[in-house]
Design a protein around this ligand. Structure first.
Ligand code: DGP
Length: 112
């Protein structure tokens, strides 16, 4: 989608530090890390937010969680947090579906 920063990152029009890529998803390190390890997993398909997900996306979302587990194993993490901010009030600033993966420190609950 034109003017979507994450579409441009997925298309390599904007540089990023890659973690993983396949035909459905791209994973790259977050510009503003909130943990010693903090990367994002995005769908290559432009989906504005989790609010737009339907049953049609079930395989995609399942694949994203499988990819996250695979990356975590490869990086040596057995403990990590996955966050999807959905909507401005929840902290979403980029309106392209993405999953934050945070690891390498203890996490507080509830999140702020
Ligand atoms: P959220 O606020 O939940 O929509 O998360 C957006 C995240 O995207 C935020 O943690 C910062 C990150 N981010 C924004 N622009 C860029 C960029 O150009 N490159 C990278 N690597 N991360 C970005």
């Amino acid at each position: 989608m034109e003017d979507c920063i994450f579409c441009k990152i997925a298309a390599k029009e904007i540089p990023s530090r890659p973690v993983y890529e396949d035909e459905l998803v791209y994973a790259f390190y977050d510009l503003d890390p909130q943990a010693p390890t903090h990367f994002l997993v995005i769908s290559k398909q432009h989906i504005a937010s989790a609010l737009d997900l339907t049953d049609e996306h079930a395989a995609l979302v399942g694949h994203i969680y499988a990819v996250i587990a695979q990356i975590a194993r490869q990086l040596g993490f057995d403990s990590y947090r996955v966050v999807t901010n959905c909507g401005e009030s929840a902290g979403q600033s980029v309106f392209h579906l993405h999953f934050h993966v945070l690891a390498g420190r203890d996490m507080a609950w509830p999140p702020g």
